[in-house]
Design a binder for this molecule. Sequence first.
Ligand code: PLP
Length: 391
Amino acid sequence: MLEALNPQPQDKILQLIAMFREDARTDKIDLGVGVYKDATGLTPVMRAIKAAEKKLWETETTKTYTGLAGEPAYNAAMVQLILGAGFADRAASIATPGGTGAIRQALELIRMANPAAKVWLSAPTWPNHPSIVKFLGMPMAEYRYFDVASSGIDFAGLMADLAGVAAGDAVLLHGCCHNPTGANLTPAQWDEVIALLQAKKAVPFVDLAYQGFGDGLDADAEATRKVAAAFPEVLIAASCSKNFGIYRERTGVLIALTSPERKAVVQGNLNFLNRQNYSFPPDHGARLVTMILEDAALTADWKAELEETRLNMLTLRQQLADELRKATNSDRFDFVAHHRGMFSRLGLTEAQVVRLREEAGIYMVGDSRINIAGLNAQTVPVLARAIAAVL
Ligand code: PLP
């Protein structure tokens, strides 16, 4: 049976990680993989997570199964963190293995409810989006998003493409910190997209993987909250991997907003999906998140550390934009300071990306996406000079 399997194409980022590891140069710089790193190159365990883990070790008396939807306290805390007050009576939710698990379950829910629904993805988007949609055999379409010339949003293209959305189609929107481009809709643009999708009777599907990494915890959830208030049905797949720094604990949540009358049926279907795929969702990370969000002192410390992280990335953005101005004698890269989140797409050619790797030991994804957090005050000018050298 297994002879029938074909080799899978290698994941580009994992390939890049392997190449970086094998590079013997001591001054090499990794801007590829999408994890936060501090100035020393470490992806730290956050202080509040450490404190919660200690308390959990001391107080946990059982590791018996949780509920199919996860612990109700976790789901409630996540609904509150993402949406604020006022949505509990419309929100069915399940804990999931990371944001990826939430995306997968959301897509399966869409397919169960409406197999004809097309899933609309931004061009470009996180490569796992189209990969999972294709794997599930769902109809898929793209909408223009990124304008290569300005490294900003192609808003006219986006609106023209989304005009083709049919009633019941699901439109995947990055809630904040667009991956891979770093370019985000303005509040006014969000309003226009919402009005168009309302007119089309679309189902918005928000991927929120970086809440707190862009403009702040509440600011980063603002678009999601607007969408939640504007539509009768919304799917939200959120991840705690980045903002709680618990990547390997696999902690996410899928929220399905519906009417209070339909909530029990939707919840039953979400529970069913968890049961079919893995029975019970992982608990450790979810429990730590709940402990933090239910304790005022831990919440305050987590918020302070997350804010430090966010401001560090903003400082690096400004430094890189300034250094690129100096190195290239142009404002071509000013957009780096205006982008938000961990990533920016620099607009370099594939050949330039290869030259940066081969000549300067600087590793980035082939589409010239860089992880801003892979930099520090010392490597920012090195990167700027290396980019100027390959232009
Ligand atoms: N969505 C986007 C856009 C992402 O970039 C990521 C992670 O890189 C995720 C979702 C899911 O992350 P995880 O499954 O690690 O929680």
